[in-house]
Design a protein around this ligand. Structure first.
Ligand SMILES: Cc1cc2nc3c(=O)[nH]c(=O)nc-3n(C[C@H](O)[C@H](O)[C@H](O)COP(=O)(O)OP(=O)(O)OC[C@H]3O[C@@H](n4cnc5c(N)ncnc54)[C@H](O)[C@@H]3O)c2cc1C
Length: 430
């Protein structure tokens, strides 16, 4: 066990911040964690929705989320991890099609047989690529157009990009979309999609980590956003938060880089350092949640290609997790300065419900029991070509580590990736 006296601050208590703090306590440190929100969990946090404790944003796990499984095993939660065979759908030209399986793609008669075969070959190819370096240099849109042809791209992919990245769509790297397709593709047993979930949602993981961190001497400051970080020449930094100013020998920030950039600017950090942070762009998410008296479809995930709605898909959580009610997430992704982001929650809920009634015309307004909308400003980083080159340094100042979900590129943001990356950072640097 190391000397316990060095003081360590962790900024942000999402899955990564909590994993960093947990790993530090295993090494004998007693970290102080600063969290802006009034609850732990970041994007994976839960809230009470009409009597049901659920995540603000939908979460599922894949068969290859190894860092997540290792952590669950270690903290005694492995038995809470459940698996389910899930279905996918595709809503196109006012009709709901089956999707995601070999047969569903082969029988999708809205695209030519050539497109269908090319789509399947591309999905297969994604599973066999080992060296992604060439994908790093090309755009996802160009790569998909090459594989599927223009028509195939417009039917099957265009809206998914448009309603997630808007004007950034053409800049997204092929390596990013490849890693997403591969993650889901590998979450199949005998070709059937198998997705996982914690019996009581991500809250179970968050609560358990909190308990262990506190038991091991860590301290958690909720509702205490960090305002300034001033690096110290010999290492560490002075942290000024809403309720406290103190000196730390080491600091790990896990908050989204665009937020850290603002803190660095407020702290008067050298412009030459800040310019490396300013390149990170992130898309916001306004996520509608609906509780209904009837199922919408049998699918967990339904992709949508419909010009009437700026919705890339819906996620029926109650077709994955065993819940007492029918719960559906409808994400609206968009850049913060897009007019859609100014729409009120009520407006977005109306659009979501209207779209869902088109998917399942048997639904009537009386079937909508309750609704809400949560927003996360920095929800999806825009991963451009040769992304690694645009990332700022992991340790721009001695013993001040600045990381977030973009640092595990080409993997997309995910709980497994965040906890794995956070733990690894501590193992290598403390
Ligand atoms: C709509 C949506 C769906 C998702 N679906 C899945 C899924 O199915 N499966 C999956 O594995 N992952 C999914 N994710 C991603 C997953 O939630 C994230 O990858 C993970 O939560 C990231 O954790 P993190 O700790 O790295 O970052 P975050 O969760 O962003 O945590 C950062 C924390 O920093 C805090 N913070 C910000 N500013 C300050 C400050 N100044 N001072 C102190 N604290 C601050 C924030 O409040 C937050 O708690 C999804 C995310 C979204 C938005």
């Amino acid at each position: 066990m190391k000397n316990k006296s060095p003081k360590v601050a962790v900024v942000g208590a999402g899955p990564m911040g909590l994993a960093v703090a947990y790993e530090l306590t295993l090494k004998g440190y007693k970290p102080e964690i600063f969290e802006a929100d009034n609850r732990l969990g970041g994007m994976a946090a839960s809230f009470n929705f009409d009597g049901l404790e659920i995540e603000r944003y939908y979460h599922f796990h894949c068969l290859n989320d190894h860092a997540f499984f290792d952590l669950l095993d270690e903290i005694g939660l492995k038995k809470e991890l459940k698996w389910k065979k899930t279905k996918m759908g595709f809503f196109y030209q006012n009709k709901l099609y089956k999707w995601g399986s070999l047969n569903s793609v082969l029988f999708f008669n809205k695209a030519s047989i050539f497109i269908r075969i090319r789509y399947l070959l591309h999905a297969l190819r994604c599973l066999t690529i080992k060296d992604y370096s060439y994908l790093d240099k090309i755009s996802a849109v160009d790569w998909l157009k090459n594989w599927l042809g223009l028509k195939g791209y417009y039917i099957l992919w265009e809206k998914l990009f448009e309603y997630k990245f808007y004007n950034f769509s053409s800049t997204i790297s092929a390596a990013w979309i490849w890693s997403r397709i591969k993650r889901l593709g590998k979450s199949r047993k005998y070709l059937v999609e198998n997705l996982g979930y914690l019996k009581n949602g991500s809250l179970e993981l968050i609560n358990k980590l909190e308990k262990i961190i506190i038991k091991n001497g860590g301290v958690i400051h909720l509702s205490n956003p960090v305002l300034c970080i001033n690096p110290i020449k010999n290492g560490g930094a002075i942290i000024k938060s809403v309720n406290k100013t103190d000196i730390y020998d080491s600091v790990v920030t896990t908050i989204p880089i665009p937020l850290l950039t603002k803190i660095f600017i407020a702290s008067g950090i050298d412009k030459d350092v800040i310019k490396n942070y300013e390149k990170t762009i992130s898309i916001a998410c306004a996520c509608v949640i609906l509780k209904t008296s009837k199922k919408i479809t049998d699918n967990f995930w339904t992709n949508i290609n419909d010009n009437r709605y700026s919705i890339p898909g819906i996620v029926e959580m109650s077709n994955l997790r065993e819940l007492d009610s029918y719960i559906t997430y409808v994400p609206f992704y968009m850049p913060e300065d897009h007019p859609n982001y100014l729409k009120s929650n009520a407006n977005l809920i109306n659009e979501a419900w209207d779209c869902i009634k088109k998917i399942n015309p048997n639904l009537e307004d009386k079937d909508l029991i309750s609704s809400c909308c949560n927003r996360y400003r920095y929800a999806q980083p825009v991963i451009g070509k040769e992304y690694k080159k645009t990332l700022p340094s992991k340790e721009p100042f001695k013993r001040l580590f600045t990381v977030d979900t973009t640092f595990y590129y080409p993997e997309d943001r995910g709980i497994s990736e965040s906890v794995g990356f956070g733990r690894d950072l501590v193992r290598k640097n403390f």
